[in-house]
Design a binder for this molecule. Structure first.
Ligand code: COA
Length: 260
């Protein structure tokens, strides 16, 4: 399978999956989302692969968010579709994948990038990682499950603060919050994740997939939160604030929100 924005490497029963657009800090455009889905389907159906590590290429970023340049001109309907398709095609798919997926967060994990890391079964970060949901600074809200998964992982108050301030938290804070399980030096992150993955692959693949299902079933009592997120995300695309926020980012200036 020939992929443009995603790299797949295999070492024994462990696959290393990399989002590979380092010049755009691995921002998630439609093609990257589709290719991640294809690669994951392929790995999940391969009986020889028992665990997956997901990372971003380059030293700077895991993923710096959804591709702002791609969605800046979208209207309400396209905005809602973007969130719905992304959630179904990738984020919910990873969360419910039978093969364990570890996020190796190397650098920025922002917006859709943090949402991608949160959809993985657990996270390990490098000490230079920076995490946040900056969407409201662009006139939009998290649309790939961030309003639902962040409170589950860090608690409602911390999630509200992160979403409202649009700020980034350093790796140590992410560890304290329980957003990541471990911190490593940047050049040890990959080895550390492989070590964890090798422990996982010694266990029963069938039992692992049932454990993932059972944990998710207990926590996902309400589907309506995700639907509310998709609806609100779509509405943002009809606002003057969204036009100003995304235009300001692309013009590399600070936004001046009209509040409508
Ligand atoms: N979408 C599209 N392009 C993005 C991007 C995104 N989410 N994040 C980074 N890029 C691009 C930049 O536009 C730039 O492209 P260019 O070289 O063609 O101009 C390139 O990636 C490098 O990013 P740059 O901003 O120059 O790096 P930096 O080190 O100065 O800043 C960040 C890093 C992460 C702080 C900054 O890129 C940023 O704020 N990104 C957007 C984060 C965000 O709001 N994500 C949520 C989206 S919903």
């Amino acid at each position: 399978m020939k992929l443009k924005n995603v790299l797949v490497e295999e070492e024994g029963a462990v696959a290393l999956l990399s989002v590979n657009r380092p010049d755009k800090l691995n921002a998630l455009n439609r093609l990257t989302i589709q290719e991640l889905r294809m690669a994951l389907e392929d790995l999940d159906s391969d009986k020889g692969i028992r665990a997956i590590i997901l990372r971003g290429s380059g030293p700077k970023a895991f993923v710096a968010g959804a591709d702002i340049a791609e969605f800046a001109a979208y209207g309400e309907r396209e905005g809602r579709e973007l969130a719905r398709l992304g959630q179904e095609e990738l984020f919910d798919y990873i969360e419910n994948l039978g093969t364990p997926v570890i996020a190796a967060v190397n650098g920025f994990a922002l917006g859709g990038g943090l949402e991608l890391a949160m959809a993985c079964h657990f996270r390990v970060a490098s000490t230079n990682a920076k995490m946040g949901l900056p969407e409201v600074s662009l006139g939009v809200i998290p649309g790939y499950g961030g309003t639902q998964r962040l409170p589950l992982l860090v608690g409602k108050g911390r999630a509200m603060e992160m979403i409202m301030t649009a700020g980034m938290i350093p790796a140590e804070k992410a560890l304290e919050y329980g957003l990541v399980n471990h911190l490593c030096d940047p050049d040890e992150l990959e080895d550390f994740c492989f070590e964890l993955a090798r422990k996982i692959v010694k266990n029963s693949p069938v039992a692992l997939s049932y454990a993932i299902k059972a944990v998710n079933a207990g926590l996902r009592s309400s589907e309506s939160g995700y639907q509310a997120e998709i609806d609100a995300f779509g509405k943002c695309f009809g606002t003057a604030d969204f036009r100003e926020g995304t235009t300001a980012f692309l013009e590399k200036r600070k936004p001046d929100f009209p509040g409508s």
